[in-house]
Design a binder for this molecule. Sequence first.
Ligand code: NDP
Ligand code: 13P
Length: 332
Amino acid sequence: MTSTISVLGAGSWGTALAIQAARNGYHTLLWGHDPAHIKTLQQNRTNQRYLPGFVFPNTLETCSELAEAAAFSDLILIAVPSHAFKNTLIKLRRFTGHQVQIAWATKGFAPNDGYLLHYSVENIFAKETPAAVLSGPTFAREVAADLPTAITIASNHTGFADQLTRIFHSARFRTYTSTDMIGVQTGGAVKNVLAIASGIADGLNFGANTRAALITRGLHEIIRLGLELGGRQETFMGLAGLGDLILTCTDNQSRNRRFGLALGQNKDRAAAREEIDQEIEGVSAAKETYLLAQTHGIDMPITEQTYKVLYESLSPLAAVQNLLDRELKAES
Ligand SMILES: NC(=O)C1=CN([C@@H]2O[C@H](COP(=O)(O)OP(=O)(O)OC[C@H]3O[C@@H](n4cnc5c(N)ncnc54)[C@H](OP(=O)(O)O)[C@@H]3O)[C@@H](O)[C@H]2O)C=CC1
Ligand SMILES: O=C(CO)COP(=O)(O)O
Protein backbone atom coordinates (compact mmCIF):
# COMPACT_ATOMS: atom_id res chain seq x y z
CA MET A 1 0.00 0.00 0.00
CA THR A 2 1.44 3.37 -1.02
CA SER A 3 2.29 5.93 1.63
CA THR A 4 3.41 8.56 -0.86
CA ILE A 5 1.81 10.91 -3.36
CA SER A 6 3.17 13.42 -5.87
CA VAL A 7 1.02 16.48 -6.51
CA LEU A 8 1.66 18.37 -9.75
CA GLY A 9 0.80 22.06 -9.78
CA ALA A 10 1.97 24.46 -7.08
CA GLY A 11 -0.94 26.89 -7.34
CA SER A 12 -3.59 27.30 -4.66
CA TRP A 13 -5.39 23.99 -5.25
CA GLY A 14 -2.35 21.77 -5.67
CA THR A 15 -0.87 23.28 -2.50
CA ALA A 16 -4.07 22.83 -0.48
CA LEU A 17 -4.45 19.19 -1.55
CA ALA A 18 -0.77 18.51 -0.84
CA ILE A 19 -1.22 19.99 2.64
CA GLN A 20 -4.30 17.80 3.18
CA ALA A 21 -2.48 14.60 2.17
CA ALA A 22 0.57 15.54 4.24
CA ARG A 23 -1.58 16.35 7.29
CA ASN A 24 -2.99 12.83 6.96
CA GLY A 25 0.54 11.48 7.32
CA TYR A 26 1.29 10.75 3.65
CA HIS A 27 4.73 11.66 2.36
CA THR A 28 3.85 14.26 -0.22
CA LEU A 29 5.93 15.87 -2.93
CA LEU A 30 4.52 19.04 -4.50
CA TRP A 31 5.88 19.82 -7.97
CA GLY A 32 5.74 23.24 -9.61
CA HIS A 33 7.02 24.20 -13.05
CA ASP A 34 8.76 27.37 -11.95
CA PRO A 35 12.08 26.70 -10.13
CA ALA A 36 12.18 30.24 -8.67
CA HIS A 37 8.70 29.81 -7.15
CA ILE A 38 9.61 26.40 -5.74
CA LYS A 39 12.74 27.85 -4.21
CA THR A 40 10.64 30.37 -2.26
CA LEU A 41 8.35 27.54 -1.09
CA GLN A 42 11.39 25.62 0.14
CA GLN A 43 12.78 28.63 1.94
CA ASN A 44 9.52 29.77 3.53
CA ARG A 45 7.69 26.41 3.99
CA THR A 46 4.53 28.19 2.84
CA ASN A 47 3.05 29.24 -0.53
CA GLN A 48 2.88 32.98 -0.04
CA ARG A 49 1.95 33.67 -3.69
CA TYR A 50 -1.02 31.29 -4.01
CA LEU A 51 -2.09 30.19 -0.54
CA PRO A 52 -0.72 32.62 2.03
CA GLY A 53 -0.85 31.82 5.73
CA PHE A 54 -0.55 28.03 5.75
CA VAL A 55 2.70 26.44 6.93
CA PHE A 56 3.62 23.14 5.25
CA PRO A 57 3.46 20.01 7.43
CA ASN A 58 6.83 18.23 7.88
CA THR A 59 5.68 15.44 5.54
CA LEU A 60 5.40 17.88 2.61
CA GLU A 61 8.36 18.52 0.32
CA THR A 62 8.55 20.44 -2.95
CA CYS A 63 10.47 20.14 -6.22
CA SER A 64 10.62 21.60 -9.71
CA GLU A 65 11.87 18.49 -11.56
CA LEU A 66 9.10 16.38 -13.05
CA ALA A 67 11.38 13.33 -13.10
CA GLU A 68 11.80 13.67 -9.34
CA ALA A 69 8.03 13.85 -8.80
CA ALA A 70 7.48 10.76 -10.99
CA ALA A 71 10.19 8.81 -9.15
CA PHE A 72 8.82 9.82 -5.74
CA SER A 73 5.46 8.06 -6.09
CA ASP A 74 3.43 5.91 -8.50
CA LEU A 75 0.40 7.88 -7.39
CA ILE A 76 0.23 11.22 -9.19
CA LEU A 77 -2.39 13.89 -8.55
CA ILE A 78 -2.49 16.66 -11.17
CA ALA A 79 -3.72 20.12 -10.20
CA VAL A 80 -2.29 22.25 -13.00
CA PRO A 81 -4.68 24.52 -14.96
CA SER A 82 -6.54 22.82 -17.84
CA HIS A 83 -4.47 24.64 -20.49
CA ALA A 84 -1.36 22.85 -19.13
CA PHE A 85 -2.97 19.46 -18.47
CA LYS A 86 -2.17 17.65 -21.70
CA ASN A 87 1.42 18.89 -21.91
CA THR A 88 2.04 17.96 -18.30
CA LEU A 89 0.82 14.40 -19.06
CA ILE A 90 3.01 14.17 -22.15
CA LYS A 91 6.10 15.26 -20.21
CA LEU A 92 5.22 13.05 -17.25
CA ARG A 93 4.85 9.93 -19.38
CA ARG A 94 8.57 9.87 -20.12
CA PHE A 95 9.33 9.32 -16.44
CA THR A 96 6.61 6.91 -15.27
CA GLY A 97 6.45 3.10 -15.18
CA HIS A 98 3.62 0.56 -15.51
CA GLN A 99 2.45 1.02 -11.93
CA VAL A 100 1.45 4.67 -12.35
CA GLN A 101 -2.00 5.78 -11.22
CA ILE A 102 -3.27 9.19 -12.30
CA ALA A 103 -5.74 11.43 -10.52
CA TRP A 104 -6.54 15.05 -11.27
CA ALA A 105 -8.30 17.94 -9.57
CA THR A 106 -8.17 20.24 -12.60
CA LYS A 107 -11.56 21.58 -13.75
CA GLY A 108 -11.97 22.19 -17.46
CA PHE A 109 -11.54 20.77 -20.93
CA ALA A 110 -8.40 19.88 -22.86
CA PRO A 111 -7.34 22.91 -24.87
CA ASN A 112 -8.16 22.96 -28.59
CA ASP A 113 -9.96 19.61 -28.82
CA GLY A 114 -12.55 20.37 -26.11
CA TYR A 115 -12.59 16.83 -24.71
CA LEU A 116 -12.98 16.06 -21.02
CA LEU A 117 -9.62 15.45 -19.39
CA HIS A 118 -9.92 11.67 -18.97
CA TYR A 119 -9.59 11.33 -22.76
CA SER A 120 -6.13 12.91 -22.53
CA VAL A 121 -5.15 10.43 -19.80
CA GLU A 122 -6.49 7.51 -21.87
CA ASN A 123 -4.70 8.68 -25.01
CA ILE A 124 -1.35 9.49 -23.44
CA PHE A 125 -1.12 6.61 -20.94
CA ALA A 126 -2.09 2.95 -21.30
CA LYS A 127 -5.87 2.46 -21.46
CA GLU A 128 -5.88 0.34 -18.28
CA THR A 129 -4.08 3.03 -16.22
CA PRO A 130 -6.14 3.66 -13.08
CA ALA A 131 -7.60 7.17 -13.36
CA ALA A 132 -9.63 9.32 -10.99
CA VAL A 133 -10.98 12.85 -10.76
CA LEU A 134 -11.52 14.83 -7.55
CA SER A 135 -14.17 17.54 -7.75
CA GLY A 136 -16.72 19.35 -5.61
CA PRO A 137 -17.37 22.57 -3.69
CA THR A 138 -13.85 23.05 -2.38
CA PHE A 139 -12.21 26.45 -2.11
CA ALA A 140 -8.50 25.88 -1.59
CA ARG A 141 -8.17 28.31 1.30
CA GLU A 142 -10.98 26.63 3.27
CA VAL A 143 -9.43 23.18 2.74
CA ALA A 144 -6.04 24.47 3.88
CA ALA A 145 -7.75 26.01 6.92
CA ASP A 146 -9.28 22.58 7.70
CA LEU A 147 -12.84 23.90 7.50
CA PRO A 148 -15.40 21.10 6.99
CA THR A 149 -15.50 20.18 3.29
CA ALA A 150 -16.89 17.35 1.15
CA ILE A 151 -15.61 16.21 -2.22
CA THR A 152 -16.37 13.53 -4.83
CA ILE A 153 -13.70 11.11 -6.05
CA ALA A 154 -14.80 9.48 -9.31
CA SER A 155 -12.76 6.65 -10.75
CA ASN A 156 -12.86 3.85 -13.29
CA HIS A 157 -11.10 1.69 -10.73
CA THR A 158 -12.64 1.02 -7.29
CA GLY A 159 -9.30 0.24 -5.68
CA PHE A 160 -7.87 3.58 -6.81
CA ALA A 161 -10.87 5.54 -5.47
CA ASP A 162 -10.45 3.73 -2.13
CA GLN A 163 -6.76 4.52 -2.06
CA LEU A 164 -7.42 8.23 -2.71
CA THR A 165 -10.06 8.16 0.02
CA ARG A 166 -7.47 6.88 2.49
CA ILE A 167 -5.07 9.63 1.49
CA PHE A 168 -7.47 12.56 1.62
CA HIS A 169 -10.37 11.70 3.93
CA SER A 170 -10.15 13.19 7.41
CA ALA A 171 -12.46 14.29 10.22
CA ARG A 172 -12.81 17.65 8.41
CA PHE A 173 -12.56 16.49 4.77
CA ARG A 174 -15.22 13.99 3.78
CA THR A 175 -14.79 12.03 0.57
CA TYR A 176 -17.54 10.36 -1.45
CA THR A 177 -16.75 7.91 -4.23
CA SER A 178 -18.40 7.66 -7.63
CA THR A 179 -17.89 5.83 -10.90
CA ASP A 180 -19.30 8.67 -13.02
CA MET A 181 -16.12 10.36 -14.25
CA ILE A 182 -17.93 12.06 -17.14
CA GLY A 183 -20.65 13.59 -14.96
CA VAL A 184 -18.18 14.77 -12.32
CA GLN A 185 -15.89 16.39 -14.90
CA THR A 186 -18.77 18.03 -16.78
CA GLY A 187 -20.12 19.59 -13.58
CA GLY A 188 -16.70 20.94 -12.59
CA ALA A 189 -15.94 22.41 -16.00
CA VAL A 190 -19.30 24.03 -16.81
CA LYS A 191 -20.01 25.53 -13.38
CA ASN A 192 -17.11 27.92 -13.98
CA VAL A 193 -18.94 29.39 -16.99
CA LEU A 194 -22.08 29.83 -14.93
CA ALA A 195 -20.09 31.41 -12.09
CA ILE A 196 -18.93 34.07 -14.56
CA ALA A 197 -22.56 34.60 -15.61
CA SER A 198 -23.66 34.90 -11.99
CA GLY A 199 -20.88 37.40 -11.31
CA ILE A 200 -21.91 39.44 -14.34
CA ALA A 201 -25.50 39.63 -13.07
CA ASP A 202 -24.35 40.74 -9.61
CA GLY A 203 -21.91 43.21 -11.17
CA LEU A 204 -24.89 44.74 -12.96
CA ASN A 205 -26.56 45.09 -9.54
CA PHE A 206 -29.33 42.64 -10.29
CA GLY A 207 -30.76 40.95 -7.26
CA ALA A 208 -31.06 37.60 -5.52
CA ASN A 209 -33.94 36.58 -7.83
CA THR A 210 -31.67 36.86 -10.86
CA ARG A 211 -28.89 34.86 -9.19
CA ALA A 212 -31.27 32.06 -8.15
CA ALA A 213 -32.74 31.91 -11.66
CA LEU A 214 -29.26 31.70 -13.20
CA ILE A 215 -28.19 28.92 -10.86
CA THR A 216 -31.35 26.90 -11.49
CA ARG A 217 -31.41 27.33 -15.25
CA GLY A 218 -27.62 26.87 -15.29
CA LEU A 219 -28.03 23.51 -13.59
CA HIS A 220 -30.39 22.49 -16.41
CA GLU A 221 -27.65 23.39 -18.90
CA ILE A 222 -25.12 21.23 -17.05
CA ILE A 223 -27.60 18.34 -16.93
CA ARG A 224 -28.52 18.59 -20.63
CA LEU A 225 -24.87 18.59 -21.74
CA GLY A 226 -23.73 16.09 -19.12
CA LEU A 227 -26.39 13.52 -20.01
CA GLU A 228 -25.55 13.88 -23.69
CA LEU A 229 -21.85 13.26 -22.94
CA GLY A 230 -22.70 10.14 -20.92
CA GLY A 231 -22.90 11.42 -17.32
CA ARG A 232 -25.56 10.38 -14.81
CA GLN A 233 -28.43 12.55 -13.56
CA GLU A 234 -27.71 11.93 -9.85
CA THR A 235 -24.14 13.22 -10.26
CA PHE A 236 -25.41 16.64 -11.34
CA MET A 237 -27.50 16.92 -8.16
CA GLY A 238 -24.44 16.04 -6.07
CA LEU A 239 -21.30 17.78 -4.82
CA ALA A 240 -19.57 18.00 -8.20
CA GLY A 241 -22.72 19.38 -9.83
CA LEU A 242 -25.19 21.46 -7.83
CA GLY A 243 -22.78 21.71 -4.85
CA ASP A 244 -19.95 23.35 -6.77
CA LEU A 245 -22.38 25.43 -8.84
CA ILE A 246 -23.91 26.99 -5.71
CA LEU A 247 -20.47 27.58 -4.17
CA THR A 248 -18.94 29.40 -7.09
CA CYS A 249 -22.04 31.32 -8.16
CA THR A 250 -22.60 32.75 -4.69
CA ASP A 251 -19.27 33.30 -2.93
CA ASN A 252 -16.67 35.89 -3.82
CA GLN A 253 -13.80 33.51 -3.11
CA SER A 254 -14.57 32.22 -6.62
CA ARG A 255 -12.19 33.72 -9.18
CA ASN A 256 -14.71 33.01 -11.94
CA ARG A 257 -17.46 34.84 -10.10
CA ARG A 258 -15.16 37.79 -9.31
CA PHE A 259 -14.16 37.94 -12.97
CA GLY A 260 -17.84 38.13 -13.94
CA LEU A 261 -18.45 40.81 -11.29
CA ALA A 262 -15.71 42.94 -12.85
CA LEU A 263 -17.19 42.50 -16.35
CA GLY A 264 -20.64 43.43 -15.03
CA GLN A 265 -19.09 46.56 -13.54
CA ASN A 266 -17.94 47.51 -17.02
CA LYS A 267 -14.27 46.54 -16.73
CA ASP A 268 -12.79 45.03 -19.86
CA ARG A 269 -11.65 41.43 -20.01
CA ALA A 270 -7.93 42.21 -19.72
CA ALA A 271 -8.40 44.51 -16.71
CA ALA A 272 -10.63 41.95 -14.99
CA ARG A 273 -8.07 39.18 -15.55
CA GLU A 274 -5.23 41.32 -14.27
CA GLU A 275 -7.17 42.21 -11.15
CA ILE A 276 -7.66 38.53 -10.27
CA ASP A 277 -4.19 37.38 -11.32
CA GLN A 278 -4.97 33.66 -10.93
CA GLU A 279 -6.46 30.95 -13.10
CA ILE A 280 -9.98 31.71 -14.41
CA GLU A 281 -10.98 28.40 -15.99
CA GLY A 282 -14.44 29.64 -17.05
CA VAL A 283 -12.96 31.80 -19.82
CA SER A 284 -11.72 28.86 -21.91
CA ALA A 285 -14.54 26.61 -20.64
CA ALA A 286 -17.10 29.11 -22.03
CA LYS A 287 -15.69 28.58 -25.50
CA GLU A 288 -15.32 24.80 -25.18
CA THR A 289 -18.80 24.41 -23.69
CA TYR A 290 -20.40 26.64 -26.32
CA LEU A 291 -18.75 24.64 -29.11
CA LEU A 292 -19.72 21.32 -27.52
CA ALA A 293 -23.33 22.51 -27.20
CA GLN A 294 -23.35 23.46 -30.86
CA THR A 295 -21.80 20.16 -31.94
CA HIS A 296 -24.37 18.17 -29.96
CA GLY A 297 -27.32 20.48 -30.74
CA ILE A 298 -27.97 21.28 -27.07
CA ASP A 299 -29.75 24.40 -25.88
CA MET A 300 -27.42 26.22 -23.44
CA PRO A 301 -28.57 29.86 -23.55
CA ILE A 302 -26.66 31.12 -20.47
CA THR A 303 -23.46 29.56 -21.76
CA GLU A 304 -24.09 31.04 -25.20
CA GLN A 305 -24.62 34.58 -23.87
CA THR A 306 -21.55 34.28 -21.61
CA TYR A 307 -19.52 33.15 -24.61
CA LYS A 308 -20.74 36.16 -26.60
CA VAL A 309 -19.77 38.57 -23.81
CA LEU A 310 -16.29 37.01 -23.63
CA TYR A 311 -15.57 36.44 -27.31
CA GLU A 312 -17.90 38.66 -29.36
CA SER A 313 -17.87 41.87 -27.29
CA LEU A 314 -21.58 41.61 -26.45
CA SER A 315 -22.37 43.95 -23.56
CA PRO A 316 -23.28 42.19 -20.29
CA LEU A 317 -26.58 44.09 -20.16
CA ALA A 318 -27.54 43.02 -23.69
CA ALA A 319 -26.64 39.41 -22.81
CA VAL A 320 -29.03 39.38 -19.85
CA GLN A 321 -31.76 41.01 -21.93
CA ASN A 322 -31.28 38.37 -24.65
CA LEU A 323 -31.90 35.69 -22.03
CA LEU A 324 -35.05 37.41 -20.79
CA ASP A 325 -36.38 37.98 -24.32
CA ARG A 326 -36.21 34.32 -25.33
CA GLU A 327 -39.41 32.71 -26.51
CA LEU A 328 -41.60 31.56 -23.62
CA LYS A 329 -41.66 27.82 -22.97
CA ALA A 330 -42.56 25.19 -20.41
CA GLU A 331 -40.03 24.74 -17.59
CA SER A 332 -37.80 21.74 -18.37
N1 NDP B 1 -8.27 27.17 -6.16
C1 NDP B 1 -9.32 26.42 -5.87
O1 NDP B 1 -10.01 26.68 -4.89
C2 NDP B 1 -9.68 25.27 -6.73
C3 NDP B 1 -9.13 25.10 -8.00
N2 NDP B 1 -9.49 24.03 -8.76
C4 NDP B 1 -8.91 23.82 -10.07
O2 NDP B 1 -7.51 23.55 -9.93
C5 NDP B 1 -6.82 23.91 -11.13
C6 NDP B 1 -5.61 24.75 -10.76
O3 NDP B 1 -6.11 25.97 -10.26
P1 NDP B 1 -5.47 26.79 -9.06
O4 NDP B 1 -4.45 26.02 -8.34
O5 NDP B 1 -6.59 27.33 -8.29
O6 NDP B 1 -4.78 27.96 -9.90
P2 NDP B 1 -3.80 29.09 -9.38
O7 NDP B 1 -4.05 30.26 -10.26
O8 NDP B 1 -3.90 29.23 -7.91
O9 NDP B 1 -2.35 28.48 -9.71
C7 NDP B 1 -2.04 28.04 -11.00
C8 NDP B 1 -0.73 27.29 -10.89
O10 NDP B 1 -0.50 26.62 -12.13
C9 NDP B 1 0.82 26.93 -12.54
N3 NDP B 1 0.98 26.82 -13.97
C10 NDP B 1 0.69 27.72 -14.95
N4 NDP B 1 1.04 27.24 -16.15
C11 NDP B 1 1.57 26.02 -15.92
C12 NDP B 1 2.16 25.04 -16.77
N5 NDP B 1 2.22 25.22 -18.08
N6 NDP B 1 2.63 23.90 -16.21
C13 NDP B 1 2.57 23.71 -14.87
N7 NDP B 1 2.03 24.60 -14.01
C14 NDP B 1 1.54 25.74 -14.54
C15 NDP B 1 1.04 28.34 -12.04
O11 NDP B 1 2.41 28.64 -12.04
P3 NDP B 1 2.92 30.14 -12.40
O12 NDP B 1 2.69 30.95 -11.19
O13 NDP B 1 4.36 29.92 -12.72
O14 NDP B 1 2.13 30.60 -13.60
C16 NDP B 1 0.44 28.21 -10.64
O15 NDP B 1 1.33 27.60 -9.77
C17 NDP B 1 -7.86 24.64 -12.00
O16 NDP B 1 -8.34 23.75 -12.97
C18 NDP B 1 -8.96 25.00 -11.02
O17 NDP B 1 -10.23 25.09 -11.62
C19 NDP B 1 -10.39 23.11 -8.31
C20 NDP B 1 -10.96 23.23 -7.09
C21 NDP B 1 -10.65 24.31 -6.19
O1 13P C 1 -13.63 25.26 -8.21
C1 13P C 1 -13.53 25.96 -7.24
C2 13P C 1 -14.13 25.63 -5.95
O2 13P C 1 -14.79 24.39 -5.98
C3 13P C 1 -12.80 27.25 -7.33
O3 13P C 1 -13.53 28.11 -8.10
P1 13P C 1 -12.84 29.35 -8.82
O4 13P C 1 -11.86 28.76 -9.79
O5 13P C 1 -13.95 30.09 -9.47
O6 13P C 1 -12.15 30.14 -7.75
